[in-house]
Write a protein that binds this ligand. Structure first.
Ligand SMILES: Cc1cc2nc3c(=O)[nH]c(=O)nc-3n(C[C@H](O)[C@H](O)[C@H](O)COP(=O)(O)O)c2cc1C
Length: 348
């Protein structure tokens, strides 16, 4: 039975209530610009929000982020939610074989954010290509796979399998902090990052977007190396490593001991990383999906000004699945107020 946005206030399966995030959102939402038609009805996002990203047509600068929307179907059962409101959707991190992920707890609410250590739970690339991609409606939005692995060979296997599929682009996740092997071990080393990207480049002509880790010394050097290795776009940033301790038991809260921090708490870090990476990427005309703590149109605009071409929304969806049309309307109104014809004008 369809539910409306208010009724859908339950938390994701292994989540915690999310009160802090909701309070933050409600406060920000009250500040959001609102656009009404003459009849008072909500207006659809205007054409000025459309943009090109790595050759793909995005209807909006918003990209729904990997791990926050399942395999593209998670929110489609929520009344009022539409995949058409976003430029693209990144699917859950996918590995060569199915993975069960980490032991619980796997998510934990923190001040203005959340820690997660899901551990790349997914059914494996073959299942995704054969059984999930055929169920997605590619007329609604662009779908981006998120390729993960423990070895370079596994990245090659996953990317090659997605290459032979209708997926629009492939994001290389070399920045997952929640798995023991691979992931951030690759992403924190510019040399290893470049090797993964070069290997993936050889097995696909689809757009490759490399997701950079904030947990490294020199993100600009990493960006430079993966650009040289053939990436077409960048995603900045993945989650920031963190941990939580239960003072009553004296043990870590997360089953994996450490996790990735996301949500508004990481926004200032993410903005800085986007600004730093854009200094490198701009010269090569490599576009960036800026992400990390975006919950409002104002947040999104700040990332576009920092140098992002598109903006990712992840954790915000957990407490407001209908946040995207609000962000679209806020960006559109900001563009209209400034006399900008297109969202691309914000970054220049
Ligand atoms: C529960 C959860 C699962 C995630 N899983 C993945 C994943 O599988 N692959 C990936 O590249 N990023 C993953 N991420 C990181 C997000 O895609 C995003 O980069 C990060 O959360 C920052 O954006 P946000 O603050 O808007 O959530 C995950 C994040 C969360 C909260």
């Amino acid at each position: 039975m369809p539910v409306d946005g208010q009724q859908y206030r339950r938390s994701p399966p292994d989540s915690v209530p999310g009160k802090q995030l909701r309070d933050n959102y409600v406060m920000n939402a009250a500040l959001e610009p609102r656009a009404h038609g003459a009849s008072g009805a909500w207006m659809p996002p205007p054409a000025s929000l459309a943009l090109k990203f790595c050759g793909m047509d995005f209807a909006s600068p918003i990209v729904l982020l990997s791990g926050c929307v399942g395999f593209g179907e998670e929110y489609t059962r929520v009344a009022g939610f539409s995949n058409r409101d976003v430029g693209a959707i990144c699917l859950k991190g996918t590995t060569g074989k199915a993975r069960l992920g980490n032991k619980p707890h796997r998510v934990y609410e923190t001040a203005n954010g959340m820690l997660n250590a899901i551990g790349l739970q997914n059914p494996g690339v073959d299942h995704v290509v054969r059984h999930i991609l055929p169920t997605l409606d590619f007329s609604e939005t662009r779908f981006i796979a998120n390729a993960s692995g423990s070895t370079i060979e596994e990245y090659i296997e996953v990317v090659a399998r997605f290459d032979d599929s209708p997926i629009d682009a492939i994001e290389i996740n070399i920045s997952c902090p929640n798995v023991k092997e691979g992931g951030v071990q690759f992403g924190n080393s510019p040399e290893m990052s470049a090797r993964v990207v070069a290997a993936c480049r050889k097995v696909t002509k689809k757009p490759l977007i490399t997701k950079l880790s904030p947990n490294q010394t020199d993100i600009q050097e990493n960006a430079r190396r993966v650009i040289e290795a053939g990436t077409d776009g960048l995603a900045v940033i993945n989650t920031v490593m963190g941990m939580a301790i239960d003072s009553r038991t004296g043990t870590p809260v997360l089953g994996n001991r450490q996790g990735g921090l996301s949500g508004p708490a990481i926004k200032p870090i993410a903005l800085l990383k986007v600004a730093q990476v854009s200094e490198v990427a701009r010269a090569h005309r490599i576009p960036i999906i800026g992400q990390g703590g975006i919950t409002t149109a104002t947040d999104a605009i700040e990332f576009l000004i920092a140098g992002a071409t598109a903006v990712g929304v992840g954790t915000a969806l957990f407490y407001d699945p209908l946040v995207c049309p609000k962000i679209n309307r806020g960006i559109a109104e900001f563009l209209n107020q400034r006399g900008h014809a297109s969202v691309a004008a914000l970054g220049s």
